[in-house]
Design a protein around this ligand. Structure first.
Ligand SMILES: [Zn+2]
Length: 241
């Protein structure tokens, strides 16, 4: 098959659906700022790779999704769990430090409970009515579905609260870990762009949060979730959860 000499228009422009979001980002950053100019120059065929660009963030999410899907599809479905680990809501000033503490706490929980692999991502959603950020970690987890090594629901919660510094304990809840019913939907959710939900004035808050956490590692992939194909488990789990 030969390549067409005329490039389809979607490749030489910015996707129309993302334009209002990009406009919101540019408004928050300033159109004439260095980052703003970079994002204005972004096209499908020559991407800007800004960590604040709605298109580049979306594309990076797709790549991450493919990578996690590939590893997770090698794991027996009954072993997969989706977990949400929550902290107390915090102000923008504390976002970076809180995020760091959450990622460390999650790492400790997975190590203590001896999971075989995980892909975890830090997220912060803005709570308009309280002017605070709801910081949490979502994770796709590979752990035994029964028998030795099985992790009961209470163990997740207890271990999470034990690992999280007391000043970050949430008012209610803490850790919720459930079986994965739809792997693709779970991976989409896990890797979605922070700009995926377009709400009025939302971009400014997202930009602020991303800038506050700039340079920080927000996704961690370990163990069987980091392997590309061919994951095998030496101990076959018995009953499915
Ligand atoms: Zn871009």
């Amino acid at each position: 098959m030969s390549m067409s000499l005329t490039m389809p228009s979607q490749y030489v422009t910015y996707p129309g659906k993302l334009e209002p979001i990009r406009a919101g980002v540019l408004e928050a950053l300033g159109r004439d700022s260095q980052e703003g100019r970079k994002i204005q120059s972004c096209r499908y065929k020559s991407r800007c790779h800004s960590t604040l660009c709605p298109l580049c963030l979306r594309q990076r999410g797709y790549e991450m999704k493919d990578r996690i899907m590939q590893a997770a599809s090698q794991v027996a479905g009954a072993r997969l769990r989706f977990g949400t680990f929550v902290a107390r809501d915090v102000s923008l000033d504390s976002l970076r430090e809180t995020g760091r503490e959450l990622m460390q706490a999650v790492g400790r929980v997975f190590k203590t409970l001896k999971v075989d692999g995980y892909a975890g991502r830090l997220e912060a959603s803005f709570e308009e009515w309280r002017d605070e950020y709801h910081v949490h970690v979502h994770a796709l987890i590979d752990s035994p579905s029964g028998g030795r090594g099985f992790i009961p629901r209470d163990a997740w919660r207890d271990e999470w609260l034990g690992s999280l510094p007391a000043h970050l304990h949430p008012v209610e809840g803490g850790a919720q870990v459930t079986p994965v019913r739809d792997l693709e939907a779970t991976c989409n959710y896990l890797t979605k762009s922070p700009f995926s939900e377009h709400v009025r004035d939302h971009e400014k808050r997202v930009v602020e949060a991303l800038l506050a956490c700039k340079g920080m590692q927000r996704t961690i992939i370990r163990g069987s979730m980091a392997e590309r194909g061919g994951v095998t488990h030496s101990v076959q789990s018995g009953k499915a959860a």
